[in-house]
Ligand binder design. Structure first.
Ligand SMILES: C[S@@+](CC[C@H](N)C(=O)[O-])C[C@H]1O[C@@H](n2cnc3c(N)ncnc32)[C@H](O)[C@@H]1O
Length: 391
């Protein structure tokens, strides 16, 4: 790399590749793409990859001319075939999919989503989900968590660190020691809809319920209102567990003592990974199972519904989870919706999605987000999953 002529050649190549991509000139582009890495070169200033260039050139009626979208699609397909990366960010913090979405180019957006699904599924098979780094490179990053998969793995909040960290409790949020939002009150409407979909009104009384992750107890309060026959909670964080031991806590000793039968209302202490093998041995099955943890990545959720849900869910039961995968970027949310759908089918489960309006949440650092390190939810809609065994 010390040879200056080499770097000039590389730079020239980059510009030529980007130009061919933006002209949707497949014939000019193809020879470049034979060289590994060329499909994902980046302009040092704009951060544009050939995908960005090809998509940006589709800004509607540029110079009064209609864009030939079929040619653009061919170029985008060829780039993906040649190893282009679906979630590289440009200097405007946009993936090619974000750009296609912003420009209203649905077909190109769809190609990006499909490529994302293929890439993530492949990485999943290799046992490693790569998740998109969200903001600019140097920004402090938050967790890869099932609430908001959007982390740069270097700076993840991992489960072990989270479980060892102090927590800050307040009326409208639960924060970890780094001010990451573990649970926030704005999620209440999502919890309400989740309970309604797991235990439809009218057929909700006297059911057997398992909830993983107590958090602020929002969903457990709603579950308790249905007067369950069995209500089991699994919680791992020592600070949350300490609260649950307080004499007057709504899910404290008095709640456990109010069980219709011995052990019917109970909090199991520890990580679900450790508790569930024993619980499975007891032969309990549930009508409703909900999963919402923190500090864990998608592979944990997948392990849960692949290895444990089949043994724990009644044959007519329903399983739900907090669907926060990729929730601070539409294209990631769409990719993960499909990834999880495929993995659920592999686990013998079918999923129904319900769109829930989240409403207008405050801006970064404002309102509910004040004091929260990162606004982990930016989408207006929540896609609520309800799963049952495949019929
Ligand atoms: C997002 S909160 C749950 C919020 C809850 N749905 C509510 O309505 O308030 C996540 C909870 O999962 C717990 N948790 C994280 N990892 C866990 C694990 N491996 N096993 C059990 N609980 C875990 C956290 O301590 C936290 O209390």
């Amino acid at each position: 790399m010390d040879d200056p002529s080499f770097s000039v050649e590389v730079n020239t190549n980059t510009q030529e590749i980007l130009l061919a991509a933006s002209n949707h000139d497949l014939a000019a582009l193809k020879p470049f793409l034979r060289i590994p890495g060329n499909a994902s070169v980046q302009d040092p200033e704009t951060g544009f990859t050939p995908l960005h260039a090809a998509i940006a050139a589709c800004e509607k009626e540029e110079n009064g001319e209609e864009v030939d979208i079929e040619k653009a699609k061919e170029v985008v397909r060829e780039l993906f075939l040649s190893g282009a990366i679906w979630n590289d960010l440009d200097s405007n913090n946009e993936t090619p999919g974000c750009l296609a979405g912003r420009l209203g180019r649905k077909e190109l957006y769809e190609l990006c989503v499909e490529a994302g699904v293929r890439a993530e599924m492949l990485l999943g098979l290799m046992g490693k989900y790569e998740v998109l780094d969200s903001e600019s490179e140097d920004e402090e990053e938050e967790s890869v968590d099932v609430d908001a998969i959007n982390g740069d793995e270097k700076k993840d909040v991992n489960s072990a660190d989270y479980l060892a960290s102090d927590l800050k409790f307040s009326d409208d949020k639960l924060l970890d020691a780094d001010n990451n939002g573990v649970m926030m009150a704005w999620e209440t409407s999502i919890m309400e809809r989740s309970v309604a979909s797991l235990l439809p009104p009218g057929e909700d009384k006297g059911k057997r319920i398992l909830n993983i992750g107590f958090g602020m107890g929002i969903i457990d309060t709603l579950f308790a209102e249905t007067q369950p026959a069995i209500h089991h909670i699994i919680e791992a964080h020592p600070a949350v567990l300490a609260k649950l031991k307080e004499e007057d806590h709504p899910f404290g000793p008095k709640w456990e003592a109010s069980s219709p039968e011995q052990g019917a209302y109970k909090t199991y202490e520890g990580k679900w990974q450790d508790v569930l093998p024993t619980l499975l041995e007891t032969g309990y099955t549930y009508d409703a199972i909900y999963f919402d943890t923190f500090g864990e990545d998608y592979s944990a959720l997948k392990l849960f519904f692949t290895e444990f849900v089949p043994g724990l869910l009644d044959e007519n039961g329903r399983f739900g989870f907090f669907n926060g995968l990729g929730a601070d970027r539409r294209v990631c949310y769409d990719v993960y919706t499909r990834v999880v759908e495929c993995d659920l089918v592999d686990a013998g489960l079918e999923v129904e999605w319900e769109d829930v309006e989240v409403g207008k949440l405050g801006e970064e650092g404002e309102g509910e987000w004040e004091g929260v390190r990162r606004r982990y939810w930016t989408l207006e809609g929540y896609r609520l999953p309800t799963c049952r065994f495949l019929s």
